[in-house]
Design a protein around this ligand. Sequence first.
Ligand code: NDP
Length: 281
Amino acid sequence: MTDRYAVFGHPIAHSKSPQIHAAFARQTGEDVVYEAILAPLDGFADSVAQFIATGGRGANVTVPFKEEAFKLAKRLSPRAQRAGAVNTLSFDADGILGDNTDGAGLVADLTRNLNQTLGGRRILLLGAGGAARGVIEPLLDQQPAALVLANRTVSRAQELAELFGHGITACSFEAADAPFDVVINATAASLAGELPPLSPRIFTDNTLAYDMMYGRDTPFLSFARTHGAAASDGLGMLVEQAAEAFYVWRGVRPETTAVIAALRQDRLESERLASPRGLRT
Ligand code: NDP
């Protein structure tokens, strides 16, 4: 019988996860279906319970339910426990197991797809929400020379710095004023088309600016490019965290390069069709 998986979020219509997991299933021959489920803002736990009752085997969780998923899980992987947020659920006879694959996804994209060495480098992480929490420990595992957390609400960055221990400093956006090798935007500012108040001095010709947001160019990426940095969106992270979730559920690791390339091609095609020039041709 085909095994059922899903992604829960609110909103969810924009999600590329069903397309990504369908590609993984075709590639690996695993007998799975994967759907997107819009959970009511006050009904996440009920939606998950209903999915389990109708045969669901596992689920991804996206905005705004990652912290609720953390509370819902009866057991947690060590990385989810430390992140305090869950993006991957597995359902079995022992109940709900919570995991977090965001950090593994980011590190895989930076190191494998974008050829970045993180060991010994200076990393600036913008944001202190669920996405930032999930990636701090995997970034520290790479042994950077420095990891600086900058956030609009500085106290939230300070809390995370204390939680994850030495090696991290916390500050405001404005106070981050020296060059970094990698600058990761894990704020939700790009979702609103906004740019945090960043100093241009954080970017050099050797900086990689990485926005976790994907699907369109962002003010953060264009600001970084203007100041000499190379720029990447978070599409690779999305695919890599999905591959890690697929591995958690199925014990099979899908190949990601072709899936990322196909999604990028789709985006170029829809931009071409949406432009006045594209409509004429
Ligand atoms: P949260 O709501 O948990 O956190 C939001 C963070 O952004 C907080 O640090 C908040 O600061 C900050 N913020 C919000 N608005 C602004 C603004 N206008 N200017 C500056 N800072 C702002 O969101 P998540 O952490 O879950 O998600 C953050 C982003 O990462 C989203 O764009 C999400 O789509 C993306 N993401 C991408 C993934 C991928 O696979 N590519 C995976 C996970 C997330 P404050 O504390 O002051 O409120």
